[in-house]
Design a protein around this ligand. Sequence first.
Ligand code: FAD
Ligand code: N01
Length: 576
Amino acid sequence: MMADRLDVVIVGAGFSGMYTLLKCREQGLKVQVIEAGSGVGGTWYWNRYPGARVDIQSLEYSFGFDEKLEQDWRWTERYAPQAELLSYANHVADRFDLKKDICFQTKVTAAHWDAAVDGWNVTLDSGAVIPARFVVMATGCLSVPTDVTFPGIEDYKGTIHRTSRWPHEGVDFSGQRVGIIGTGSSAIQSIPIIAQNAAHLTVFQRTPNYSMPAHNGPIPDSDFQEWLADPRAYRARSRATVGGFWNEARDEAIAIHTAPDEIADELERRWGWGGFRLLSGFADQAIDPQANKIVADFVAAKIREQVKDPKVAELLTPKDHPFGTKRPCVDTGYYATYNRDNVELIDLRANPLEAFTATGIKTTQRRFDFDAVVLATGFDAMTGAIERVDIRGVGGETINEHWAAGPETYLGLMVAGFPNLFLITGPGSPSVLTNMIHSIEQHVEYVASIIASLNASQAGRIEASIEAEQAWTDHCDQTAAMTLLPQSNSWYMGANVPGKPRRFMAYAGGLHTYTDICNAVRGKGWQGFVIARGDQVLSESRVFDSLPPPPENMAPHLMEMAMGRVMNWMQEHGRA
Ligand code: FAD
Ligand code: N01
């Protein structure tokens, strides 16, 4: 069944999809959103596990595009809980009357390029096909759980819950023996709450993570007053940072040149403030392993302070990756939870999980009986939701074929050979290294400006050139190589999905730099893009050279270290 032709099909009704819908409507475009869930909110619709909340302060993790919206909404806590975030998503949808253009409980299964009409045929799981000029994949970076499974899991008679697919009615664990697999952010947020609810909780840990306290509570008065005085300036300050949130980065402070008591004071101050401020105390901690170890040792000492049993503290201390190279967690009472009598930590490295049984889990050394097991085992990040749609571009090439060696994009927004297909926070975008709302706003506004510009010139399509895609992908790889980021087996690297190619998938140059690059690309008449209508090429600028200038303030020894790594990368990849 073929529907009427639309201007835009948007896949996903999280914050990305909702804002894209609004921006498309502003241009009078015929647009439809397709959403697998039965409501808006994306991440905050699906992840309803106990303790789920943001790790970026809500004053910053919220839309800034509409001052009235901003003024009318009041967050109750520094780090809003999932239910409040979902209410916020619904508030935005209702305020702008978005739901009437969203088709819920429907999946996009395929999108095939039709060169004859410069457009896409989008197939839904109902079998319907929607022709549309543009497709926007607002499908989320962390929306598809990994396919992880365990031998014998089908024989288990208890209940199994995934944190990312939590029942809407909630789960009452009272009186139950519960096991949880995983110690990433989802587990670290839910473990303290499940431990309070369940009779007994067993945590199966394969790799310990660094976690910092949220110190959640009312929004600090100083922040709130600053926000009230000038919300625009408050936002602008966040957007002009690497991460899209204010974290007091000290770009010139060098840990290895700082006296130990000064380092301790600075880290203590940041730990006391809570959240991600520990990531930016010193300019060298993300580049120099020696500096990184200083911060890692500080966190290790904090773990020992909080966990009474030294053996458990030791097990909870990360040893296999530099601090900050996996997304650190932000918790409320995580480490102290291990002081409870009803909580046990099992080290899966020493005691590997063999199988599920009818009554629980069997490791190489023990059998455990559980009424319920929680899988907090993570996501097929960045590419998972895109690759699960059968996307075929020019000549029938699939996106999975195009990304066989790892995802390659131009600016994280478009893929060569896939005209008029936009990714929001796709691989190659700063996305998951930032306050996602600010990345989303930047991407959506940029994509809207591309569409407006095409329409103004009556162009039929825009496509990233293969040269620009290669140059951007190299720039992303090299930017990551300057840092310690590629040195861990993180989901940023695709390392959590067996067989997934290893590539650092986000742009590590910072949201501020990325925004400048995008603006330069537009200023040069859409550099790196080919714009056409039918057989006629209207403008063609295949080369991308809007690279950022070298960092101005970087200490010489750090620059040398970073450039040495880039040279190694270039040699390994035949770019020298
Ligand atoms: P999503 O919210 O993931 O929405 C994508 C939507 O697309 C989903 O609703 C999904 O159902 C739909 N979809 C996907 N594929 C299809 C398909 N084929 N057909 C139809 N529909 C489809 N970021 C931060 O910056 N700060 C935080 O504190 C933070 N906390 C997080 C906590 C959790 C538990 C998780 C999982 C992520 C968190 N993130 C955080 C990242 C978060 O994903 C983003 O902040 C943001 O919500 C992403 O919005 P989105 O609209 O791009 O994607
Ligand atoms: O997933 P994860 P997540 N056997 O991949 C373990 C965002 N987020 O859902 O490290 C045993 O981090 C795995 O072990 P290992 C945030 O960006 C934010 O927790 O692979 N264990 C790991 O411990 C975050 O980074 C918040 O050895 C297995 C865990 O499962 C991202 O989402 C809250 C296993 C998965 O951790 C993902 O977080 C939640 C196996 N077979 C999420 N397979 C905030 O705080 C996997 N594991 C805002």
